[in-house]
Structures are given as C-alpha cells and as structure tokens.
Design a binder for this molecule. Structure first.
Ligand code: NAP
Length: 440
C-alpha cells in the first residue's frame, strides 16, 4: 500500500490525488490536508465570484474526494499543527500543493499606506477568504489604480466596475457586495509597465470588459504598435491585442449614468504611492521598451487615487524546514522533487503561471516521479503507517480535523444561506464554518 499526503486542496492537490488513484488504484491511500475547513483553494478563494462556470471544476475534485481511497483533512495547518517532518515519517510521499497565496511586494515607497492592497488580499476579501474578510477597503474616491497587466488585474478592474445587478448569480460575499454597491469609483486606471504586445491578459477576459453594463474600456491609440506587427504575435496574443485595438477605436458614446471608465495606461511604471496615512496618488514614470524590458524615460506624472490594488503576482508561503527559493517565491525543487519523499506541485513548484488546467499535467507528472522514486520500494508490503499513524498523532494532539462529510455540511449551510439568485453565501470566519459542521 502507498500512503500519500498532499498538502493543499486546490486544483494542484486534487489533480495529484486523481493521478495517484490512476497510478495505484486500490493500492494507494491519499490524505489531502488543508489549513482551512473548506476545500478547493484557488477555486473558492481566487477564481472571480462572477466566473461560476470556472468554479464548476470543483465537481470533478469532489468525485475524487468521494472515493474511499482519498480523505480530506481540513482545519489542519502543516508547519503549525503538524510538521512536514512528521508527515514524512507517516507517509511514503508528501506533496506540497499549497499554491502561492501571498502577494509579491511592489517594493515602492508608500506601499504600506492605508487602502493599498495586493491582489491576494483584495481578491480574498471579495471571495470571503477568512484571512482577508476584515480588509474593509474604502471605495470613497472616484479613482482606483490597478497595477499589472495580467488576468488578475482584469478580474479586479471588472469587479470594481460592475453594478449591483451584474453580481446576480455570483457568489460574491455580502460584505463585499455592500461595499461595492456603495462605491464611488468611476475611473479605474490599469497600469502596465510595458506595452500592449506584452500584456499577460487573455482574449476571453479582455472581451468581458465589452459586456459590462456601465463600464467602458479605453486605450490610447498612440500606445498601440503598428498593426503590421500583429502577424508576428501568437494567435491568442493577437486576439487579445485585437481587443485593445477595438477599445482604442470605440467611438465616444453618450455618457451613461454612473459610467465607469477603465483606462489602460501602458508604458507606465509606478514609482511611489503618495499620501499621508492613506493613499492619495500614485507617481508613475513613463517607460519605453528596450530589449523587451521597461526602462524609465524620466518623465513622471501623478494619478490622484484613493485605492491601489497591485496585481503583480504571488508567492508561496514558506513552511518550516522546507527549502525555499526566495528569488522565485516558491519551494526550491528540481522538477518537483524537494528532498527524498518530499515533493511540490502546481504554483508551489513552478510559480503563479498558467491556467487551472495546467495543474492537471503537473499532478500527473509528479505522481510519475513519485512512482519512479518508490519503484520496487518495500515490496514486502511493510510501508509507512499512513492514515492510522496520522489518526493516532491527531488523537494524541487533540486535533479534531474536518472531514469531507463535514465540509458537505458547511456546503449545505452555505447554499441554504444564499441571497436570492446566488449559488451560496460563504462563511467568512473559520469559527462559523466549524459551527456548521456541528462539531461546536
Ligand atoms: P501575471 O499574469 O504574471 O501578470 C502579472 C503582471 O504584473 C504582468 O503584467 C507584469 O508585468 C506585472 N508586474 C509584475 N511586477 C510588476 C511591478 N513591479 N510593477 C508593475 N507591474 C508589474 O499574474 P496574475 O495576473 O497574478 O495571474 C496569475 C496567473 O493566474 C496567470 O497565469 C493568469 O493567467 C491566471 N489567471 C487566470 C484567470 C482566468 O483565466 N480567468 C484569472 C486570473 C488569473 P511584466 O510582464 O512587465 O512583468
């Protein structure tokens, strides 16, 4: 019997479990740990609340979770409640699938002013992640600056731009819906330090901006490289740039009531966040491209703004005793191997890139590597303790973990609490989640 521990119940974790079942069938037992009492990581806390069809992938993970060979062990933090060393003693392989939940820092003066947030915090706030539900952003100024030219910047801009009605059918948490409904933000500036050909936004997500009821995307035509350059772009990028071209061409329309403008400011690198205690403006330096990199031109300007959200990428949380690659903000690893019996997968292995689906081949690849490493291993069948060993440790330490059946009770209660038309109302505090399990 193979005993595998997976730390993290997001896409990378569940695809790895699925791959382990495919590899060993009845010959494997998988325990999936999560620090929260609720599973699915990024699907619940990262994917935008108005992207319900993407969240539907959790049904596939549920199918894996409901097999007898896989357990969910929620509300157990590895590195705090149980060490990685203890897991390595109990399981043949430990796979860290902890994602990249921390914001990369801008490294700019004024970054710590009030109402300046990283996207992990801001997205976590509107998605009801217990760590960020108390964020309380103030949307009292008419201008917000969103830093970065990736899909997260688009998510944040879209959420800030939507009217209350446009959240129907989403699972945005009520505290965020209330704040957004009372928002005074009518101008959203998306800062890209490079140009339109260098965006990391995808066509579908850019196209969504044209569907918003009161928001209008704007691109300065002067920022767009000559159309002859489009042919050299790969097809997805060409399509994305096509959207930017259409935003530049759009004829000025009759202003709408409560219109929100979404302005793409390219060749614009933030240099400082200005303000006394709270952000009041962003200082920006105009850039030009040199060998694909943004270099400052010395020309600066200020954008008065009351909210800044930096969407510039994420980092994995370090875990005690696990080697960490500071430069890339992920675990130090070679093709997913960290140390004998210790592996990483998904964003914890490669950094925050790719789509949810990218984690599937990642999960299958790491299981192949584990199978190679375990090849011929303990053919006598005398393996590590696995599940009974963990349960003994949990009992000794008084850890009353949350099982998948407990999560199903939380799920039911969230669905029962939903606002009209919403799929669920998430619990945003761990204690409320635990209460819903009936444990307390
Ligand atoms: P990302 O795609 O890596 O984009 C990060 C952006 O931040 C880049 O435009 C980068 O510019 C910019 N940036 C980095 N450091 C900066 C700095 N110091 N100052 C100014 N700009 C800076 O990251 P992401 O948007 O967080 O997305 C993470 C992953 O999740 C991506 O793979 C994304 O596609 C995926 N995602 C997908 C969806 C979806 O499919 N709907 C939604 C959300 C996220 P440079 O290029 O110049 O470095």
């Amino acid at each position: 019997m193979r005993h595998i521990a997976i730390v993290g119940s997001g896409p990378a974790g569940y695809y790895t479990a699925e791959a382990a079942l495919r590899q060993w069938g009845e010959g494997v037992r998988v325990d999936i740990f999560d620090a929260l009492p609720v599973p699915f990581g990024l699907i619940r806390s990262g994917v935008a609340p108005d992207h319900q069809s993407i969240k539907g992938v959790s049904r596939r993970y549920e199918a894996t979770a409901l097999t007898d060979n896989v357990r969910f062990i929620g509300n157990v933090s590895i590195g705090r409640d149980v060490t990685v060393g203890e897991l390595r003693d109990l399981y043949d392989a430990v796979v860290l699938a902890t994602g990249a939940p921390n914001d990369r820092k801008l490294g700019l003066p004024g970054e710590d002013l009030a109402n300046v947030f990283g996207s992990a915090a801001f997205v976590g706030w509107y998605n009801g992640h217990p760590h960020f539900s108390g964020l309380d952003p103030q949307l009292s100024h008419d201008t917000a600056v969103v830093i970065g030219n990736g899909n997260v910047a688009l998510d944040v801009a879209r959420i800030l731009a939507k009217s209350q009605k446009e959240f129907e059918g989403s699972d945005i948490v009520t505290h965020a819906l209330k704040t957004l409904t009372g928002s005074h933000v009518r101008r959203i500036v998306i800062l890209g330090r490079r140009g339109p050909f260098q965006i990391a936004m995808t066509p579908k997500e850019l196209g969504e901006l044209t569907l918003l009821s009161r928001a209008r995307p704007h691109v300065d035509a002067a920022d767009l490289p000559a159309e002859t350059g489009d042919a050299a772009l790969e097809p997805g990028q060409r399509k994305a740039v096509g959207h930017l071209r259409s935003f530049a061409k759009a004829a000025p329309a009759e202003p709408q009531v409560d219109e929100v403008s979404i302005e793409f400011d390219f060749y614009a690198a933030p240099r400082a966040i200005l303000g006394d205690t709270r952000v009041e403006a962003v200082e920006v330096e105009r850039t030009r491209l040199q060998d694909g990199k943004a270099v400052g031109t010395g020309e600066t300007y200020r954008i008065p703004a009351g909210l800044v959200v930096a969407c510039i990428g994420y980092q994995t949380s370090p875990i005690p005793d696990v080697p960490y690659d500071d430069q890339h903000g992920r675990f130090a690893n070679e093709d997913g191997r960290i140390a004998p019996g210790l592996y990483c997968v998904g964003w914890a292995r490669r950094g925050p890139t790719g789509t949810i689906g990218t984690n599937r081949p990642d999960g299958f690849a790491i299981v192949e590597r584990i199978a190679e490493d375990l090849g011929g291993f303990r053919a006598d069948g005398a393996g590590k303790p696995g599940r009974p060993g963990f349960d003994a440790l949990a009992a000794e330490r008084g850890i009353d973990y949350v099982k998948f059946t407990d999560w199903q009770k939380i799920d039911e209660a969230e669905i029962a609490n939903a606002r009209n038309g919403a799929p669920r109302e998430k619990f945003v505090a761990v204690e409320r989640m635990i209460e819903a399990t009936g444990k307390r």
